[in-house]
Each structure stands twice: as structure tokens, then as C-alpha cells.
Design a binder for this molecule. Sequence first.
Ligand SMILES: NC(=O)c1ccc[n+]([C@@H]2O[C@H](COP(=O)([O-])OP(=O)(O)OC[C@H]3O[C@@H](n4cnc5c(N)ncnc54)[C@H](OP(=O)(O)O)[C@@H]3O)[C@@H](O)[C@H]2O)c1
Length: 298
Amino acid sequence: MKYKNLGLSDIKVSEIGFGCMSLGEDEKYNVNLLSKALDAGINFFDTADLYQAGRNEMTVGKAFSEKRDKVIISTKVGNQLRADGSGWDWNPGRDYILKAAEESLKRLKTDYIDLYLLHGGTIDDPIDETIQAFEILKRDGKIRTYGISSIRPNVIREYVKKSSICSVMMQYSLLDRRPEESCLDLLKENNISVLTRGALAKGLLINKPPQTYLKYSSGEVENLTTEIKKVCHGIIPSESAALGFVLAHPAVSSAVTGIRNEQQLSELIKASHQLPVKNEILSHLKAISPVSYYDTHR
Ligand SMILES: NC(=O)c1ccc[n+]([C@@H]2O[C@H](COP(=O)([O-])OP(=O)(O)OC[C@H]3O[C@@H](n4cnc5c(N)ncnc54)[C@H](OP(=O)(O)O)[C@@H]3O)[C@@H](O)[C@H]2O)c1
């Protein structure tokens, strides 16, 4: 497993990160799975206050409270759960973020968050106030660094201009190349790390039954998966192709990948041994995967 710096910080994350959103309901199993991932070399774990209404963070806390210095934890804020459990509302306000961070710290059983991400965001948010909240948390040592999770180029540009974010989490894969047009190079030039999500397209790029994805029909998804298998046949597993493709962009520090069980973990670790993907294969992968562009929030 290789490790890369997050932006200009001294935080080093494994190039495959563990996306905790895929964890199921068996806490004992999940705690064990997270420990096994750490033993296998994954040191970066991504959760959110929203996932499982806070229980996801609690599982991460349970798994790592005794090994805190061995792991890098990112969690997210901005989606305020309603008291009646009927859903959540977007809240990028300063006071809310400061309070929500305290709650996440408790659930994570820690006194600092390595990377605190704004869980979305719109161009109409009070962005200066949101940035102020993150800067206060950083000043007070509650977070080491911060970033945003966003696929809106107009929002990303605002944060690049106005804040000291060190990373942006974005969906990026062989089935979603939209970040290439205006985000990846901009972030690289500004020393801001991209953390990809969705590199496997929820497993569609590996072995899940084809279904529609973004604007692609299930037939188009199936064709691409078949083409990927042809390119990789006898050389590398499809997992390595999917992960190697996103990791090949110099802006990307880690491919945060959803892992639900031990089999997926061991396949992904095996795939990591085949990284980086050779240029010749990368060129083939680029040639067969569709280029696409964001339609909104440009
Ligand atoms: N807005 C945001 O901030 C945001 C949004 C989405 C995700 N995220 C983060 O990014 C992480 C990853 O995102 P994602 O789950 O959307 O995308 P992903 O990593 O492309 O998909 C994860 C899913 O792929 C399947 N999978 C994993 N390993 C596999 C393997 N070896 N073979 C076949 N299938 C495999 C599993 O599906 P099954 O569970 O069905 O088996 C798993 O749940 C999340 O866990 C979360 O931490 C953030």
C-alpha cells in the first residue's frame, strides 16, 4: 500500500481509503472489518455524522479509540438530522458546525478529527461563515485540517479562492469523468488533494449486475465493463483498473472505496498490489471510457 500526503499537510493517507458508508448493521463484524483493514495497510477511514444517524462514527470510534495515532479519520458535517427522524436539512451555519463537531468527537471517541469535510454545499451558502467555523475548529485543535465534499465546480472554486481547504472529495471513475474538465487540474495547481469516491461505481465496474448510472443506460454500463475486462484480461483485475485509473491523476491522494465485507476488503488489497497501472493499460482505459461534463453548477 502506498501513502500520499493530503494537500500540503503532513497527513499521509493510504491510496485506498475505507469508505465506511458501506458498512452494514452488525457492529461487532464492522469493528473487526475495520481492524483488519488497518492491519492490511489501509490507514484512512471516511465516515460522516449522517451515516446511520451517527452510529457509523460510533463504530469507527469503537474500532480505533485504542489505536488513534495509527489512523486518519475524516468525517463530515452540514446535514442536520431532524429531531423527529424524518430526514435532514442542509445547515452550513457557523454555530451549527461548531456544535456538530463536538458531537462527532464524542461519537468517534477522540479529541481531534484529522480531516473535517463540509458534506456538500451550494453557491448560495454563507460561505465566509462556514469557512470561519472550520478555521475556529482548526485553531482550537479540534480538527487538523478541512475540506469539502462537492461535485459543484462553482462551489469548489469559491473554496479554493477563499479558504485553506486541503482536500476535496469528489465522485470520479471510468463512468464519471466529469471532474477532469475543470476541477482536477485546478485542485492540483492549488496543492489541494482530491479524495475520490465511487471509483468502483458501486461495484458496477467490477461484477454487479448492470444498471443505469448517471446518464448511461444499463446496456452502456455493461458494454464498458466488458471492454474493461478485455483490456485487463490476464494482466490485472478490474478492481486495479478502476482504482488505478483515478489514482493516476496527480491531484488524487486516495480512492475512498466503500467496503462492506471481508471478501471485498481482500479483493481490494489484492488489487492494490497491482498499482500503479501501466501507462499502456491506462491509455486503453481512457480510450474506451466516455468523457463527460457537468451540466449544472458549472
Ligand atoms: N457526498 C459524499 O460526501 C459522499 C457520497 C457518497 C460516498 N461517499 C464516501 O465515499 C465512499 C465510497 O463511495 P460509494 O460507496 O458511493 O462508491 P464505491 O466505492 O464505488 O462503491 C462501494 C460499493 O462497491 C461494492 N464493492 C466493493 N468492493 C467490491 C469488490 N471487490 N467487488 C465488487 N463490488 C465491490 C460494494 O457494494 P455492495 O455493498 O452492494 O456489495 C460497495 O458498497 C463511501 O463509503 C463514503 O465514505 C461520500
